[in-house]
Every structure is written in C-alpha cells, then in structure tokens.
Design a protein around this ligand. Structure first.
Ligand SMILES: NC(=O)c1ccc[n+]([C@@H]2O[C@H](COP(=O)([O-])OP(=O)(O)OC[C@H]3O[C@@H](n4cnc5c(N)ncnc54)[C@H](OP(=O)(O)O)[C@@H]3O)[C@@H](O)[C@H]2O)c1
Length: 255
C-alpha cells in the first residue's frame, strides 16, 4: 500500500454502506482489518468475504467506553494501529422547530462525540509509533448548511473542526487526520432518506431519487467505492495531505 505496509486498520460502521466498501477496498494481501458496528451478524457477513486477517468488534459508538474498547483490543492483539477510519454515523432530519433535545443530542453524540473519542484513543498509539493515518467520513454537511438537517449539519461541521485541529497537533509525529465529505451516496442511509421523504410527502420514489441525485454537480449519487478510493488515497499519502476535508459531490461545493 505504501512504504508503511502492511497496515493494521480499524473501520467503524463497517457492516454496510460506505464502511463495508472501505473494508473491501482496503482488504488486500498483507493487511489486517478490525471491523466495528453494533450488529455482529452483519459484520461477520462482511468479514467472511475477505481473505485477510480480520477482527470483528461489535460495539455501540454511543457508549462512551466503545472507542477505548475497540482501540485497546486491536492494540493488544495486533500491537498497534496504522489506519483508523471513523465512519459510523447517521443523519436524522427534522425542521429546526421540531428538533427535540433528544434528536439534537443523538446527532451530536453519534456524529461528533463518538469520532472525538476514537481520535482521543488512537492518537497516543499513533504518536508513539511515529506513524498513523486517520480518516473521518464527514459530509458536505460539514461544509455547507441545508434545510431540515440542522442537528446533523452542526455535528458534521463540528467533526471537520475536530479533524483540522487534531491534524495540526499530530503532524510533527508522522500522523495525518483528514476527512472525506461526500454528497448523497448510494447506501442504505440514503435509501432510508428517500423512504422518509416518500412517506412524508407521498412523492414518487424515483422522482425523490432524482431530486437527491441533482444535489450533486454531476447529477448522480456518489458510489460507496468512490468514497473508499478516496479513503485509501488519504491512507497511502506520505503525509503532505493533512487537516483536509475532501469534497466528493460532483463539483457543487467548493471550500
Ligand atoms: N449516505 C450518504 O449519503 C452520506 C453522505 C455523506 C456522509 N455520510 C456519512 O457516511 C457515514 C456512513 O454512512 P452510510 O451511508 O454508509 O450509512 P449506513 O449505510 O446507514 O451505514 C451506517 C454504518 O454505521 C453503523 N452504525 C450506525 N449507528 C451506529 C452506532 N450507534 N454504533 C456503531 N455503529 C453504528 C451501522 O451498523 P449498525 O447499524 O449495525 O450499528 C453501519 O455499519 C456516516 O457517518 C454518514 O453520516 C453518508
């Protein structure tokens, strides 16, 4: 993969969608991947398709102890971590006047506090090694606002700030921290968004899909493997790319 190969990787939200695509893309000979999400059977289904050593760690990212548990388990068994991909997340929509405290807190806990805890757990290990690559799956919602997703947008803006500050802190130690900021990606999360819009508006599902596709500059949903290829590029980079949010949206958002 690079002069630091082989890699010991951790991927959160690894059981489907973008996370599963990242795992499959990184699963080349010589590498080891620890997969985490809540649903063990789904993680096993992904891990079983791979021909490299894997570790399956079922855990809820909302639990404040999860990041330490996952990172410690990998360090104990594999002696370190070279790449951490913080991907687990969810977007729930509501107009701001109907965004209750529970929804607000859920979005902040899952999309901002959980990534913070993963960075806090992994960075000392990587600094000690003198090498590490961290990639957070953020969103174009980290860069621009949009209606009906204020809590998600606030959390995703926050996580890009976390990435930028952490990058400056760890750069002298051979560690990089970057974000990938996709528009709408063709995953179960986006299919759920379409279902929600259809059930609230009665619109035709194909028409809703086209509306979401037009949110990207090239009029298409992003494919999970496109996000995965960008993650791999950031992991393979020798260290010059740090603290960046790489936008994948067909050209609409420029930041
Ligand atoms: N889809 C998009 O259009 C899009 C666009 C921009 C950014 N993103 C971001 O990309 C990331 C992945 O999205 P996706 O579209 O691949 O979503 P997805 O298809 O719904 O997959 C989400 C993954 O996260 C895991 N997960 C969810 N809640 C969790 C929790 N509390 N603890 C641990 N794991 C949890 C899920 O597994 P379990 O349910 O088994 O836990 C699953 O593996 C998210 O951070 C999302 O915000 C997505």
């Amino acid at each position: 993969m690079s002069r630091h190969s082989p890699f010991r990787c951790v991927v959160t939200g690894a059981s489907r969608g973008i996370g599963a695509a990242i795992v499959r893309d990184l699963a080349t000979p010589g590498h080891r991947i620890a997969l985490s999400a809540r649903t063990e059977v789904d993680l096993m289904a992904v891990a079983d398709t791979l021909e490299i050593p894997t570790m399956v760690i079922p855990a809820d990212a909302l639990d404040p102890g999860t990041a330490d548990l996952v990172i410690n388990q990998v360090v104990q068994q594999w002696g370190g971590i070279d790449a951490l991909v913080v991907n687990a997340g969810e977007g729930v929509s509501a107009p701001i006047h109907r965004t209750g405290d529970a929804l607000w807190q859920y979005m902040i806990d899952l999309n901002l506090s959980a990534p913070f805890r993963f960075l806090r757990a992994a960075i000392p290990v990587m600094k000690e090694q003198g090498f590490g690559r961290i990639v957070v799956i953020a969103s174009v919602a980290s860069q621009v606002g949009a209606p009906y997703i204020s809590a998600y947008t606030a959390a995703k803006h926050g996580v890009l700030g976390l990435v930028r500050s952490a990058a400056l802190e760890v750069a002298p130690f051979g560690v990089t921290v970057n974000a990938v900021c996709p528009g709408y990606v063709d995953t179960p999360m986006t299919r759920h968004t379409i279902d929600t819009i259809v059930s609230k508006t009665g619109r035709d599902p194909d028409e809703v899909l086209q509306t979401l596709a037009q949110e990207q500059g090239h009029g298409k949903l992003i494919e999970p493997h496109e996000v995965a290829a960008t993650v791999r590029f950031l992991i393979e980079d020798l260290g010059a790319i740090n603290g960046q949010g790489i936008t994948l949206d067909g050209g609409k958002v420029h930041i």
